[in-house]
Design a protein around this ligand. Sequence first.
Ligand SMILES: [Zn+2]
Length: 198
Amino acid sequence: MASQEIEALSGALARLPGLGPRSARRAVLWLIKRRETALPQLLNALTQVQELLVECDTCGNVDTTNPCGICTDSRRDQRSICVVEEVADLWALDRARLFTGKYHVLGGRLSALEGVRPEDLTIGQLLDRVNQGGIDEVVLAMNATLEGQTTAHYIAERLEDAPVRVTQLAHGLPVGGELDYLDEGTLAQALRARRPVG
Ligand SMILES: [Zn+2]
């Protein structure tokens, strides 16, 4: 029978994506064995995240400033916005400097199954950004899943009357492929070969 403290930490870790109760318990034991070395590092990193990181009101990125470093970077192409589902997708695309414009993070994807509706995502904010003008191209970089593609179609429809070119990642993307898991070569290829929606 584990102590209350261990149960509490295991329980908190088990809620993390990709970790179940079993791996959470193993992680806790690993940390306890390294309480002098790894634990302070982890505590420090967690505190930094809590104290310093904020969500960008413009694009939804997570950074130490709001607006974020990407939104305020004047060397970037101000006229194109790449729309992604999650911050992790933004990071995947930006890691290799594949895209030089700005981003927009939706905060998820439309899902009838999970009850995610358009108003649950930042689609309204995206339309506002486009309607403010100065944007030439919106690149829809949703995952190659059914829900990702449904979301892309929905946004493309909403942008139909806007004076922007709406493009979509080429489907060299494997079906079911999530951006975050793709290697940079595949991502670069999908981005280079992007095509108009419709
Ligand atoms: Zn931003």
